[in-house]
Design a protein around this ligand. Structure first.
Ligand code: MOS
Length: 720
């Protein structure tokens, strides 16, 4: 049955959101609640020498001030996704690891009192030199990189090295690519409300991407049975990887509430979201490609260096491992990842954590290779598509990159692209077309359980602790349940985002939909098997009524698994195209058209999936032209707000066209669904850079592509 699956369905929570009745964690209150406000470090490195809290303590409404000199009982732990990494807890010691590190929390009766008193706290420091650069002199080999891979991977034909393969190539290109530090800037500020009930249970209301992980992390931190941690996040106002771990707001609210015996709520300021939560680390990447005269790749060499926060690092992302390993079938590959410790906020996940920087480097290099060969950029990618996971004989679960490229080129009018840069002028604007390939792995990172309850009145209820970050998970649950039961979507009640419900895994790594949809199907099957084991077509409500039962519940589960599993490599692919106009006098680039053609398996909600890809491509545009956290020479953030940290507004975003191939990947799961969350962000920044090169012949290997760089490219970048 495919009544709803794949059709465009409006968000079931849309009316609640647009009428303001949807309650987000940041909206939650509690009787007798106190408010905490963070005091954060003004310096990036050194030691907190003293804290003058006298004036703050005398300030109206102040109940308590916690600091390293009067700490809260929070044990220093490593990130749960990087257990070998640094251990840290807020306020546990006086070492300062980054600008914006919390050095005190002021708790008062009202948020205004807490904020005002926090402004009266005076800190003095023994300042050391902060560093946020990627100086190779400081690099080290990490023990492991994301998904437990070795830092150095690759292959080459028997009896030869990658260097020998490169040396024997007809053409080689080589470049150094840089990507900056970024922040998610989710619309809902990071916040936590925590209280302890008389039975010793901990209650938390906070925006989070994986309730089972938060429960695990808090039970470990506060020495509790996981069953005694209650977390609810019915709606989450954006996360993008920035809400995958318990942040300082969460741990401080829980600990302060326990000590003070009252509910405590902490809401970060927008500046603190930049300085005191999670960032995407900067990267420097060297890519060398070798090819035969006909465009077939001989070798891919991708060496990247990423910053890793001294304070806490969720994982070391490996741009080359994630993208260069999978995109093209080369004869030889050498991919490596190095780490450079830096005075940054917690380094962690951000939409396409390795894919966004990695694809910028690789897909710019591919454009340079096409240039060097005088070959069309689409054609060179077609020639390097591969039926197997490169260097192995492992087939893909489903890979339709060639279709994405052909459909995209045709639909976008790729044949209009000028062969030589700087030759297509329209008024005062040079016109360029660019493209790139994008990719994202399809895996499952956490177990997922879903229950489906069928009622004698004909309604159904689907329940899981999976969260909806704005991605449309609530609607996915409703669609899948209605579809499997053959009932109208209005008859499905969705309950989610509550730790009391069956554990719904993690809304990250583009894994949510593909992990949840088969679990819903299994839960429906389990419930139906109880209602009518004889498989007759009588509606479940009638069967329940005639049996005198009011309801029956079934449970379905899916298990974690890697992207290389069951004899297949599971990845999604897509092709992205754009048109950029560059002003001939000011060199201002304007993106005027974008197209993404995506192979994400079967589509569940055509409207939401399209929306995800559009959003991802706008992220790509943003990464290409606008976003960067800038640091002063002492490693302090200089633009930690939405005035100085630029993101696109409507006027920056053109019409975005999306095609979803909608080919079910039945090797991946019974429903053929993969994921749509991150792939759209992947190749877009390279596509835009490639279009700028096509327009005016300027090749920038550093993001963002700002006007100053268009005029004075630095080492590694080229102008005509
Ligand atoms: Mo995504 S960066 O895995 O939330």
């Amino acid at each position: 049955m495919r009544e709803f699956l794949g059709t465009p369905v409006d968000r079931i929570d849309g009316p609640a959101k647009v009428t303001g009745t949807a309650r987000y964690p940041v909206d939650e209150t509690r009787p007798g609640m106190l408010w905490g406000h963070l005091v954060t470090s003004e310096v990036a490195a050194g030691r907190l020498r003293a804290l003058d809290t006298e004036a703050a303590a005398r300030s109206a409404g102040v109940v308590a001030i916690f600091s390293p000199f009067d700490p809260l009982p929070i044990p220093p732990l490593p990130s749960i996704s990087n257990p070998a990494g640094a251990r840290w807890a807020p306020l546990a010691d006086t070492a300062v690891h980054h600008h914006g590190q919390v050095v005190a929390v002021v708790v008062a009766d009202t948020p205004e009192q807490a904020r005002s008193a926090a402004s009266l706290v005076r800190a003095s420091y023994d300042v050391e030199r902060g560093r946020v650069d990627l100086d190779p002199a400081h690099e080290r080999v990490p023990a492991a990189v994301d998904h437990g891979q070795d830092p150095d991977i690759g292959y080459s034909p028997d009896g030869s090295t990658v260097e020998q393969v490169l040396a024997g190539s007809d053409v080689t290109v080589s470049g150094r690519y840089r990507t900056p530090v970024q922040n998610h800037a989710a619309m809902e500020l990071h916040s936590a409300l925590a209280w302890w009930s008389d039975d010793g249970r901990l209650h938390v209301r906070t925006g989070h991407q994986a309730i089972p992980w938060l429960v695990g992390e808090l039970s470990l931190t506060f020495d509790l049975d996981p069953a005694d941690v209650d977390v609810v996040a019915t709606h989450v106002g954006g996360a993008f990887g920035g809400k995958t771990r318990a942040g300082v707001d969460v741990k401080l609210a829980c600990a302060a509430s326990r000590v003070l015996g009252r509910p405590v709520k902490i809401v970060l300021t927008r500046e603190q979201v930049f300085t005191s939560t999670v960032v995407r680390a900067a990267t420097e990447q060297e890519v060398t490609l070798g090819a035969h005269r006909d465009g077939r790749l001989t070798a891919v060499v991708h060496r990247s260096r990423s910053a890793e926060a001294a304070v806490l690092s969720d994982l070391l992302v490996a741009p080359g491992h994630t993208v260069s390993r999978v995109l093209y079938g080369a004869e030889a590959m050498a991919i490596s990842q190095r780490a450079v410790t830096a005075h940054l906020p917690r380094t962690g996940f951000m939409r396409g954590p390795s894919e966004v920087p990695g694809l910028f480097a690789l897909e710019t290099a591919m454009d340079e290779l096409a240039d060097a060969l005088d070959m069309d950029p689409v054609e060179i990618r077609l020639r390097n598509d591969t039926p197997v996971f490169p260097g192995t004989d492992l087939p893909w679960s489903s890979r339709h990159l060639t279709e994405c490229l052909r459909i995209g080129a045709d639909r976008f009018g790729w044949s209009e692209r000028a062969r030589r840069p700087g030759t297509r002028l329209d008024g005062d604007w040079f016109v360029g077309l660019g493209m790139a390939v994008t990719s994202y792995r399809a895996a499952q990172v956490a177990p997922v359980a879903v229950s489906v309850t069928l009622r004698a009145d004909g309604d159904a209820e689907v329940a899981t602790s999976a969260v909806d970050l704005g991605t449309g998970m609530a609607t996915v649950l409703a669609i899948t349940t209605a579809d499997a039961l053959g009932i109208p979507i209005e008859r499905v009640r969705v309950r989610l985002g509550d730790s009391a419900l069956p554990p719904g895994g993690a809304a990250l790594g583009s894994t949510g939909t593909a992990a949840v949809v088969p679990a819903v199907r299994a839960a429906v099957r389990a419930a139906m098997a109880e209602v009518r084991p004889d498989a007759t077509a009588v509606p479940f409500a009638e069967v329940l009524r005639s049996a005198g039962r009011t309801a029956v519940t079934g449970r379905g589960e899916t298990r974690p698994r890697g992207a290389l599993t069951d004899g297949h490599a599971h990845w999604s692919f897509g092709a992205q195209f754009c048109e950029v106009r560059v002003n001939r006098w000011t060199r201002e680039p304007r993106v005027t058209r974008m197209l993404g053609v995506m192979d994400i398996g079967r589509v569940v909600n055509a409207k939401a999936a399209r929306s995800q890809i559009v959003g991802g491509m706008v992220w790509g545009l943003s990464a290409a032209l606008l976003e960067s956290i800038e640091f002063d020479p002492s490693a302090r953030m200089t633009n930690a707000d939405l005035a100085g940290y630029l993101v696109p507004v409507n006027a920056d975003v053109p019409d975005v066209d999306v095609v979803l191939l909608d080919v079910p990947d039945l090797e991946h799961n019974e429903c053929g669904v993969r994921g749509a969350g991150e792939i759209g962000a992947g190749g877009m920044s390279a596509a835009i850079g490639n279009a700028i090169h096509n327009a005016v012949g300027i090749r920038l290997r550093e993001l963002p592509i700002t006007l100053d760089r268009m005029f004075t490219p630095r080492e590694g970048n080229e102008r005509p």
